[in-house]
Ligand binder design. Structure first.
Ligand code: GTP
Ligand code: SPV
Ligand code: MN
Length: 596
């Protein structure tokens, strides 16, 4: 399929190490994909679902010990530890290569190695970057066919160049004690072994489009961020775009596809999706920041997705979708997950493939008793999404008016606030925190600092990454305004106060009005807050301006506690945290103390 010597030599080298029985090149044709689906069904790797109800849809179950990203086993292997920084796991490249070599050697004996040439963003576009993933998993091939642009045109676009990202994935024994997700930024190389779960093995996604790309972005003067991209169309036809960075399982897919409340749609407002997880951002010739979605599909959280919360996501999964670790309804050979509806299947297998008794469900032991795993996912083509924007197809992307940071905080963070400048906005991003979710292995619900929602995804030192944000600000003549939101404040009983989902439009409307200078704000120690009456509550039941006032309140004592926590976190990152960030933190503390 190619004469590219760099590609062929590397594949030979990897095949000599892993020793597959066959090597198959993935050409991007439907015929080949269909043959692979049939093969995966024959071996039990995938289950073909009811083709009348869910045409082109399949179910896959990962190993029980392999259901989420594994941050503790994810490494940035730069020549020095300083380059990877204190927040990333680091190992010297030679040492990691030696360790991996043992795990890969002979690991594909009796298996087939698939060669997947793929592009992140539109093939041939100026922002496109190419990768080749070698894998022994058909599931990975079929997911990559949805999540990225795969095929011979990628090899043609690459030509004789050595400028591509090498990715090697082997399932090996799925041994969690020998599971490694490793990145060698200097070598443009990603190596993943002993896993079969999405974020660990679809190497174009977090490994390339965030960890390697963030490293390249710093070198080349652009940014790779864990952000959705959406467009709002106004009644007069004008379009505005924003990006938002929320940690894993904190609402990016939902916000990206939101359907505004009636009050807005009746006036002619429309929201369209450009991307739900990753944005590559560059300064345009017009002096604005422009965003492209490098992906081609959605790898979305299934639980909680339903006809009310996210009808667009649900519609996206109705055809040509791969479901992973959801519940299998045996009565009609379809799928189910918690939060889909109030009608759990009575004759079903849980995400482990065991007979499932829905009456035993205990929300305090979701992993043990639920039908679908809390981090079960759907892989659906972007083009399936009813609200996909025309701008999705534009190689130059969209100009960004606002950047929104957000986390899952039961307390402290208000519904929305605005930073006072790019620099202050970058600081607001750097102090983000969120309760942990099932998207990564480990405890759930623990508040941890997650700067820019990128803690697990920065391919170099976190302090340097802050520095890159500050530096980018000086290169954008007309930068986006930066905001912070929190949909997850709870009342005394632990219930979410803000209705969220489609109603988040009410907050987006305020944000975009602020960008246009159309609405006022009050100054607080943390930044600009809306006047409660400026958040529209028309048509909202049980929420009035008083509730909004409460959602916008800034509790000085809990913020001062946060300041201490941020100081500790900055210290953990180390000396590379820019002095500007320390100065912003001191200034925040001083303003909070003055307000006490
Ligand atoms: P990743 O794919 O892991 O990066 O996740 P994501 O950021 O795209 O999160 P997603 O939109 O899939 O939402 C994750 C969970 O948060 C789901 O269970 C949603 O139902 C829930 N969620 C999303 N938006 C809201 C909201 O506005 N309010 C509340 N209460 N929950 C929300
Ligand atoms: C996330 O965890 O942020 C995801 C899913 O988007 S994964 O691809 O597993 O990283
Ligand atoms: Mn994500």
């Amino acid at each position: 399929m190619t004469n590219n010597k760099y590609v062929l030599d590397w594949i030979n080298e990897m095949a000599e190490m892993t020793r597959p029985d066959n090597i198959i090149w993935i050409d991007g044709t439907e015929e080949q994909a269909e043959a692979l689906r049939a093969e995966a069904c024959a071996t039990g790797e995938m289950i073909k679902l009811n083709q009348d109800l869910l045409p082109g849809c399949y179910l896959h179950r990962t190993a029980v010990n392999d259901v989420a990203r594994v941050e503790a086993r994810t490494f940035i292997c730069t020549p020095t530890k300083e380059e990877a920084g204190n927040i990333n796991n680091w190992m010297a490249p030679e040492e990691m290569y030696a360790k991996l070599k043992k795990l890969y050697t002979g690991s594909m004996k009796g298996r087939t190695m698939y060669v997947i040439p793929y592009s992140m963003s539109i093939v041939g576009s100026p922002f496109a970057k190419y990768g080749i993933e070698l894998t022994d998993s058909i599931y990975v091939v079929l997911n990559m066919l949805i999540m990225t642009r795969v095929g011979t045109d990628v090899l043609e676009a690459l030509g004789d160049s050595a400028d591509y990202i090498k990715g090697l994935h082997a399932k090996a024994d799925l041994d969690e004690n020998n599971r490694y997700i490793t990145h060698f930024p200097q070598d443009n190389t990603i190596m993943s072994v002993n896993s079969g779960y999405g974020g660990n093995v679809l190497l174009g996604k977090k490994c390339f489009a965030l960890r390697i790309a963030s490293y390249l972005g710093r070198k080349e003067g652009w940014m790779a961020e864990h952000m959705l991209i959406l467009g709002v169309t106004y009644p007069n036809g004008e379009k505005k775009y924003l990006t938002a960075a929320f940690p894993s399982a904190c609402g990016k897919t939902n916000l990206a596809m939101l359907i505004p409340p009636k009050f807005y749609t009746e006036q002619g407002y429309k929201v369209e999706c450009i991307g739900d997880d990753i944005a590559w951002l560059r300064v345009g010739e017009d002096g604005r920041l422009w965003a492209v979605n490098p992906e081609n599909g959605f790898f979305g959280v299934a639980p909680g997705t339903n006809a009310q919360s996210n009808p667009n996501a649900l519609a996206s999964t109705m055809r040509d979708t791969i479901f992973t670790n959801v519940c299998h309804n045996l009565d009609n050979n379809t799928v189910w997950w918690e939060g889909l509806d109030n009608d759990p299947p009575k004759n079903a297998l849980n995400w482990r493939g065991e007979v499932w008794d829905y009456t035993k469900y205990d929300k305090n032991d979701k992993v043990g008793t639920s039908g679908a795993h809390p981090n079960s996912r759907f892989t659906a083509m972007a083009t399936n999404c009813p609200c996909l924007s025309e701008a999705y197809y534009k190689p130059e992307g969209v100009p960004v008016s606002a950047i929104v940071f957000g986390g899952r905080r039961a307390k402290t963070a208000p519904l929305v606030y605005q930073s006072t400048s790019w620099q202050h906005g970058a600081f607001v991003g750097s102090i983000m925190a969120s309760e942990t979710t099932a998207a990564a292995a480990g405890a759930v619900g623990v508040v941890r600092r997650d700067p820019m929602a990128m803690r697990p995804f920065v391919g170099y030192d976190m302090g340097e990454y802050f520095g890159h944000w500050l530096k980018m600000g000086t290169t954008i003549p007309n930068p986006p305004k930066i905001f912070h939101v929190n949909w997850f404040r709870t009342d005394a009983d632990g219930h979410f106060i803000w209705p969220g989902f489609g109603d988040n439009m009410r907050v987006l409307a305020w944000i975009l009005d602020r960008c246009e200078g159309k609405v006022g704000a009050t100054m607080s120690p943390i930044g600009y807050l809306p006047l409660p009456e400026d958040i529209c509550t028309e048509g909202l039941e049980g929420i009035d301006t008083e509730t909004i006032r409460d959602l916008l309140s800034v509790d000085v004592d809990s913020w001062l506690e946060d300041v201490q926590n941020i100081r500790d976190f900055y210290a953990q990152i180390g000396d590379s945290v820019p002095a500007t960030m320390h100065a912003e933190l001191d200034a925040l503390e001083a303003r909070l103390l003055a307000a006490k």
